[in-house]
Design a protein around this ligand. Structure first.
Ligand code: AMP
Length: 539
């Protein structure tokens, strides 16, 4: 047939050019590691990304080379994402909260050639440098005045691009070429690399902007507290460039006081982070009596959002969208926004829907299958393994690690157990490794935890299965009290009565000072199971 549309590769160079041309003055505000606040805009970020691309090329970097960052959310980190991809390279964002051995493993596995890092990590980098086998250049993300004394031969970020060609042309790449790399946090075994392409990143960003996903537009002021090193801050540095949103970046700060101040001062109306950040924020707001300015929407994900959190923010005029995703999905899979049917049913139905993990975006196919691999009905109660596929879902891990990770039809097993209801809302029951098997039935540790954190005096709660001679496993509730609170085992059990099925009632409650977390802020259940191995349930 004669006639065709244009072949216009979806590349990150085109995306940042779009932002520079169409939203040149829209701001990007960062809190810097060196202290103080920095203001720039999309036009300047594009120009500096271009110079960085030119500087890296002058250093001998070539298309497909991996270039690593160890950095907080700042304008410089955003420039790195675009500059590295723009010279044809792959921006490998490393999570600085990983253990030294894991960072060394992934940098060597990725064969990173350059490491760009924030000043906060100088001691870390000096410590691991002898074990980094492929890094040729260490670049500090700062200016000359703040360059640290070091035994390493360090380059200064602000000088790397300053002498380089400001008219550098983006290296032409096809849209399926790699642009980013992020390793899974790997609570068991070695972390695995997920290689994002230009196309997957752009499609994911466009989907993230849509109304029932993050609803990002030119008037949005977005604060991604979710770090760039954890699956590109859930697409916000890209989605904001699509839409022309103002971007507010908190640098090394995650505390309630700094984030609250930033939200009010910069008129942030949309912020994103894992539940623990918002838990800290709610305590800070209660203690300080301060408010959240123009903030009216939060996207929360990474772990399940408890009902008490959704209600606490609603009382402050802030709507919570629950999202679910994973590093393997760039990361956004589903986001909760009420459908007309939910709205018609009133507030309680709205709250119940918000507690679920949301509906699939276009670009994500989801299904739940039983042990025999048969599709489960979309009835909201049948649960099984959650499978996904789509253009921003992993096909194979970097270097083929883990072998074939999708089935013959391209479905990827998320490792989560879930239900899907007739409106398309997916609800995570548990990680398949964490679900508690009691008397042939399953108990959701997530639902128990969410109920437990609603109890006054509870800061955080975790539930694990412990072996039981009759029932296989029974739930053990582990609680961290709020400072000064004196909530007891009996209080906890009384609070849960009527809120959960009778046979889900934990057999025991223990109180500890702190729960272990992964580098991405999730409960580290493997460590808890180890700690409470052999725990004898109270009679
Ligand atoms: P990561 O790749 O580190 O982002 O971890 C992905 C995993 O986090 C998922 O497979 C889920 O087990 C968990 N997860 C993410 N979002 C949620 C959520 N909203 N509720 C419950 N678990 C979640």
């Amino acid at each position: 047939m004669i006639g065709a549309m244009q072949d216009w590769p979806l590349t990150l160079g085109r995306l940042i050019d779009h932002a520079a041309v169409n939203h040149p003055q829209r701001e990007i505000v960062s809190l810097l590691v060196e202290g103080g606040e920095h203001r720039t805009n999309w036009a300047e970020v594009r120009d500096r990304a271009r110079r960085l691309a030119a500087g890296l090329t002058a250093l001998g970097m070539r298309p497909d080379d991996r270039i690593a960052t160890l950095a907080w959310n700042t304008h410089r980190h955003v420039e790195c994402l675009y500059g590295i991809a723009g010279m044809g390279g792959v921006a490998h964002t490393i999570n600085p909260r990983l253990f030294d051995d894991q960072i060394v493993f992934i940098a060597n596995h990725a064969a990173d050639r350059v490491l760009l890092f924030d000043l906060s990590f100088i001691a870390l980098v000096e410590r691991i440098a002898p074990r980094l086998e492929t890094i040729e250049h260490f670049v500090v993300l700062t200016d000359r005045a703040h360059m640290p004394e070091s035994s390493l031969d360090l380059m200064c970020y602000e000088e790397l691009g300053s002498a380089a060609d400001p008219d550098f042309a983006w290296v032409a790449r096809e849209e399926n070429a790699p642009a980013g790399l992020c390793y899974t946090s790997g609570t068991t075994g070695n972390p695995k690399g997920v290689l994002y392409s230009h196309r997957s990143t752009v499609l994911h960003a466009m989907a993230a902007c849509t109304a029932d996903a993050f609803a990002i537009g030119a008037r949005t002021v977005a604060l991604p507290v979710s770090p760039i090193y954890h699956a590109s801050a859930w697409s916000i540095p890209y989605a904001s460039a699509v839409a022309g949103a103002k971007l507010v970046l908190a640098g090394p700060h995650f505390d309630g006081a700094t984030l609250q101040r930033l939200i009010v001062a910069e008129d942030v109306d949309f912020a994103l982070a894992v539940p623990t950040i918002w838990l800290t924020m709610l305590h800070y707001l209660d203690a300080s009596g301060l408010g959240l300015g123009k903030l009216d929407r939060l996207a929360i994900g990474g772990s399940a959002v408890p009902r008490s959190m959704i209600e606490a923010f609603a009382a402050r005029g802030v709507t919570v969208s629950h999202l679910w995703g994973m590093t393997e999905m760039s990361p956004v899979g589903s986001v909760g926004a009420p459908t007309p049917e939910i709205v018609a049913q009133g507030d309680e139905a709205d709250l119940a829907a918000r507690m679920k993990q949301g509906r699939a975006l276009f670009g994500v196919e989801m299904k739940v299958v039983d042990d025999a691999n048969a599709d489960c009905p979309r009835d909201g109660t049948s649960f099984g393994r959650l499978l996904v596929r789509g253009p921003w879902t992993v096909a194979t891990y970097f270097r083929g690690d883990g072998g074939q990770v999708t089935d013959a039809e391209g479905w990827f097993d998320t490792g989560d157990v879930a239900t899907i209801d007739r409106f398309g809302y997916m609800a995570i029951v548990d990680r398949s490794k964490d679900v508690i098997k009691s008397g042939g039935e399953w108990i959701s540790s997530i639902e128990l935890e969410n109920a437990a954190v609603g109890c006054p005096g509870v800061l955080e709660a975790a539930v694990i299965g412990v072996p039981h001679p009759k029932w296989d496993e029974r739930p053990l509730l582990i609680v961290v009290r709020k400072p000064g609170a004196s909530v007891t085992r009996a209080d906890m059990l009384a609070y849960l009565t009527g809120r959960i099925a009778k046979w889900w009632m934990p057999d025991d409650v223990v109180f500890i000072d702190e729960l272990p977390h992964t580098a991405t802020g999730k409960l580290l259940k493997t460590a808890l199971r180890e700690q409470f191995r052999g725990h004898v349930l109270a009679a």
